[in-house]
Design a protein around this ligand. Structure first.
Ligand code: GCO
Ligand code: MG
Length: 402
């Protein structure tokens, strides 16, 4: 079998997605997600100009060899653009291998390690009262784990809080909007939010919170220790992820479990965090981390060091990425949690998929391959439109991580 064509499809059913579809001479096709929120066309061009020509004529069965060819062969390694492009190829080749074998991809990864993939949803609100109502809504939907984000008094808007609660989309403008941030106001408010949520919903519900890289290590240590009475499952991205030493300081001060990794691209971004057990959950996902092959390697390395998975599953990762993540989640021994922000009905229609939600769990389905596709006719109805993530400033105007 040979690869005869690879199409890069950009579609925007409410938000932008980049998808690679690989076609073989025997008519078997595979899909991979290559979406990089706010920088989509960089990956589209990388794939179209520098990857697709190298794929034509290759044997689609040689997944590892193709991965090494694209990774080592570029010489310029890693980075979100390169690794998202490689991820799309790798994911599509696993899809093809599954279809050829007549097996869902998770069977090729060693089979089921659990019955379903536990997911968490995003409860958010401007006020604590709104947050409580949102948590209750997720409980009604059967969720067993909920991420809680709340508006901060004195700030006009806060990361993770949106008007359309189920379908939060921060890349909301053709040029970046600007938000204002105050760490002091945030740290003074958040513990009281979790006190109310725990008080209302009791000890069983798993609670999470995302600090979105905004704190210094000592600020994060203070937040972690002030949240200890509310027993969070994890505090996510407490500090900028570039400096791995920062996590060591947090660890010295708090037992609140730490999760990070959504901006990482390779095992090298997380090797110190994992081998020194400075984190509890590694939150990399398929599209940002070089595909199923490389992420499997990261998760295996993490398993050796008591670190569990917690894959990123925001809506800027397409249903193709979600499907691929679920095959990994169901098969690895050290699965932790899977983020599940629901896609809109428009997105679901462009990406027909067999995975489904039931009572707090996602299931990858039993279709051969990944069990997801792109409806190219539907996709063509939604042309690309530029959309950027916001930029963040402190109250004095200084740029601060968003
Ligand atoms: C999460 C993430 C997202 C990111 C988004 C950026 O935990 O889901 O932090 O909400 O902000 O993926 O594009
Ligand atoms: Mg996050």
């Amino acid at each position: 079998m040979r690869i005869v064509e690879a199409r890069v499809i950009v579609t925007s059913p409410g938000r932008n997605f980049v998808t690679l579809k690989i076609v073989t001479d025997e008519g078997v096709t595979g899909v991979g997600d290559a979406t990089l929120n706010g920088r989509e066309l960089a990956v589209e061009a990388y794939l179209r100009e520098h990857v697709v020509p190298l794929l034509i004529g290759r044997d689609p069965a040689r997944i590892e060899d193709t991965w090494q060819y694209l990774y080592q062969g570029a010489y310029w390694r890693r980075g979100p653009v390169t690794m998202s492009a490689i991820a799309a190829v790798d994911t599509a080749l696993w899809d093809i291998k599954g279809k050829v074998a007549g097996l869902p991809v998770y069977q090729l990864l060693g089979g089921r390690s659990r019955e379903g993939v536990t997911v968490y949803g995003h409860a958010n609100g401007e006020t604590v009262t709104e947050v409580l109502a949102e948590v209750a809504r997720y409980l009604d939907l059967g969720y067993r784990a909920v991420r809680v984000q709340c508006g901060v008094p004195g700030l006009a808007n806060t990361y993770g809080v949106s008007a359309d609660k189920m379908f939060y989309e921060p890349a909301d403008s053709a040029l970046p909007t600007e938000a204002t941030w105050s760490t002091e106001r945030y740290l003074a408010h958040i513990p009281s939010v979790f006190a109310r949520v725990r008080d209302e919903f009791g000890p069983d519900l798993r609670l999470l919170h995302d600090a979105h890289h905004r704190l210094t290590p000592i600020e994060a240590a203070r937040l972690g220790s002030s949240l200890e009475p509310y027993a969070l499952t994890w505090l996510e991205d407490p500090v900028r992820a570039e400096l791995q030493e920062g996590f060591r300081l947090i660890r010295r001060h708090t037992t609140t479990p730490i999760a990070t990794g959504e901006v990482f691209n390779s095992v090298w971004d997380a090797s110190q965090l994992i081998s020194e057990q400075l984190i509890d959950y590694i939150r990399m996902t398929v599209v940002r981390a070089g595909g199923i092959s490389h992420l499997r390697r990261v998760f295996d390395f993490a398993a050796l060091h008591h670190v569990r998975s917690g894959s990123h599953g925001a809506t800027d990762l397409s249903p193709v990425c979600m499907a691929a993540a679920l095959h990994l989640d169901i098969s690895i021994p050290n699965f932790g949690l899977q983020e599940y922000m629901r896609h809109t009905p428009e997105t679901d229609a462009v990406f027909p998929h067999g995975y489904h939600y039931d009572g707090g769990y996602l299931h990858p389905g039993e279709a051969p391959g990944l069990g997801v596709d792109i409806d190219e006719e539907a996709a063509a109805r939604y042309p690309y439109s530029p959309a950027y993530l916001p930029v963040n400033r402190l109250e004095d105007g200084s740029i601060h991580p968003w």
